[in-house]
Design a protein around this ligand. Structure first.
Ligand code: OFO
Length: 164
């Protein structure tokens, strides 16, 4: 049975993951306006992954006899200062999500909730990957600088991202 504190914190994380999905869909829509369809496709895939993260937690709450209570999802940012700014914002957001996952692990430790602790291992690993890939695309776009040809090729590569 889930401790009430853990249940509340997991519900909050469901909200954060769905917000992440919403944020990345908003970022995808922004890249459509820049005619960067590969970037847009990349963040549409990311948006679906975030929804899947929320559903993993949703399932865990039910498996442990808890109750899922959905809250309102905040409006995400809709404009960025350019292609690079959007990628940097995504990296910052992933760092924020990592901190949130680490707090959940701390809470699971404090409550001696071993099953949630084990469940969260997947998220800890996932955040390493999420931060790494978010930073990798920032670094690549910084290397490209003002080169339109390279941006064209990078956009094409971004569009090749497949769902996990
Ligand atoms: Fe759910 O990992 Fe990104 O936010």
């Amino acid at each position: 049975m889930l401790n009430a504190k853990m249940e509340k914190a997991l519900n909050e994380q469901i909200n954060k993951e769905i917000f992440s999905s919403y944020l990345y869909l908003s970022l995808a829509a922004y890249y459509e306006t820049l005619n960067l369809s590969g970037f847009a496709a990349y963040y549409k895939v990311q948006a679906n992954e975030e929804y899947a993260h929320a559903m993993k937690i949703y399932d865990h709450v039910h498996t442990r006899g808890g109750k899922v209570e959905l809250e309102a999802i905040a409006k995400p940012q809709v404009e960025w200062a350019g292609a690079l700014d959007g990628l940097k914002a995504a990296f910052e957001h992933e760092q924020f999500i990592s901190k949130s996952i680490f707090s959940l692990v701390d809470l699971a430790n404090e409550l001696k909730d071993h099953s949630t602790n084990t469940f969260l291992n997947w998220f800890v690993e996932e955040q390493i990957e999420e931060e790494e890939s978010a930073l990798a695309v920032v670094t690549k776009l910084e290397m490209i600088g003002e080169s339109k040809n390279s941006l064209y090729l990078f956009d094409r590569d971004m569009g090749k991202r497949a769902a996990k």
